[in-house]
Design a protein around this ligand. Structure first.
Ligand code: SF4
Length: 357
């Protein structure tokens, strides 16, 4: 259980679409535009007979209402189905339902990969970000006259305000550095829990605007040389990302795995989480390593294998954030190489995920 739908809720268990603890959940019942017209048009253009709907965890309970609204607009012979699979990111499309429907609608995440079949309906936050940005500038960012450079990043939920955020900082004298990152990311300045390529900018300080610490902690781990200031409009809090506890946990997991004899190497079958080459490389070079394929990676599902340690090649945030919940050490691929002596401990770095599928 991770991952990118954790964004707004600073909760160790959920993702970019999870609004259950943000106070936005109910507000969006009325304000969220789920783009019914676009879906109805797509059904009619494609002469579709079946429509699949997929919602992240925090939006699932809207599913039946969205289905009601759609059914009232669509011809009677069009069936609408809702995915009941867990969903934490656009990496996590329900491929079973997608293959069996003519139009597939994924709500709440920005596209990781475009396809004719899929309609992505984003969810934008309606929280006002500027008061908390003001506080971040006053309390934590270097003053514009001392160090005018700042990198700006946010999550897909606040992308509708990104240009305004940039102008707002520029008006206060900052030179704002942004970039789009790689193909896993849709927007300029967007971060995912597993990808901070948009923060590869020429600035020593980064301003992250968004809810919770899930994304900025990953950002600070991936860019330990940068000062990552968090302006959190959801919890109305300003802070600086501190990775010490996180790093200690990772070192602890690597140390515990150093004596492992049997390794379970997890290959995640979710469409956007597969790193086949990395999983293969490990099992080819270690006769005590076993490739285990699975979709949801949870402690319960691993218990019966009884291995000494695991390597997760799927979502990196399951390893780093949920790792302590697993009975045996759960490592990233690079941490595995450290544990078996192929790389030095001091090279330990955050596991990021690039590319799509
Ligand atoms: S693989 Fe990346 S995008 Fe997918 S849930 Fe994990 S952190 Fe989010």
């Amino acid at each position: 259980m991770s991952q990118d739908s954790r964004g707004e809720a600073d909760d160790p268990a959920r993702t970019e679409g999870d609004l259950t603890k943000t106070g936005m959940s109910l507000r969006h019942d009325r304000e969220w535009d789920y783009e019914l017209d676009r879906i109805v048009d797509a059904v009619s253009e494609r002469d579709a007979e079946t429509v699949g709907l997929q919602f992240p965890e925090g939006l699932k309970r809207r599913g039946p209402r969205v289905a009601d609204d759609l059914r009232s607009e669509l011809p009677d012979d069009v069936s609408v189905m809702i995915s009941g699979q867990p969903c934490y990111g656009a990496c996590d499309l329900d491929t079973y339902l997608m293959r069996r429907t003519d139009v597939f609608v994924h709500f709440g995440h920005s596209p990781m990969k475009e396809s004719d079949k899929i309609i992505y309906v984003p969810l934008f936050s309606n929280v006002d970000v500027f008061p908390i940005m003001e506080r971040a500038v006053d309390e934590e960012l270097a003053a514009a006259d001392e160090d005018a450079d700042v990198g700006l990043v946010t999550t897909a939920q606040h992308m509708n305000k990104f240009d305004e955020m940039r102008s707002w900082l520029e008006e206060r004298g900052y030179t704002v550095h942004t970039r789009k990152g790689d193909e896993r990311l849709t927007h300029e300045g967007q971060v995912l829990g597993c990808n901070y390529a948009s923060a590869d900018v020429d600035a020593d300080q980064m301003l992250y605007v968004g809810g919770g610490k899930f994304h900025p902690l990953g950002l600070a781990m991936e860019h330990p040389d940068k000062n990552v200031v968090i302006a959190d409009p959801v919890n109305n809090a300003v802070s600086v990302a501190d990775t010490e506890k996180f790093m200690k946990q990772r070192y602890g997991a690597v140390h515990r795995a150093m004596d492992a004899e049997e390794w379970g190497v997890i290959f995640c079958t979710k469409i956007g989480q597969g790193r086949w080459d990395q999983a293969q490389e490990i099992v080819e070079n270690n006769e005590n390593a076993y490739l285990i394929t699975m979709d949801e990676v949870t402690p319960d599902r691993l218990t019966n294998f009884g291995m000494d340690a695991y390597v997760n090649t799927g979502c990196p945030r399951i390893t780093t954030d949920d790792g302590p919940q697993f009975k045996q050490p759960m490592l990233t691929p690079q941490e595995y190489r450290i544990a078996v002596g192929e790389e030095p401990l001091e090279d330990l770095a955050f596991d990021t995920f690039h590319g799509t599928w």
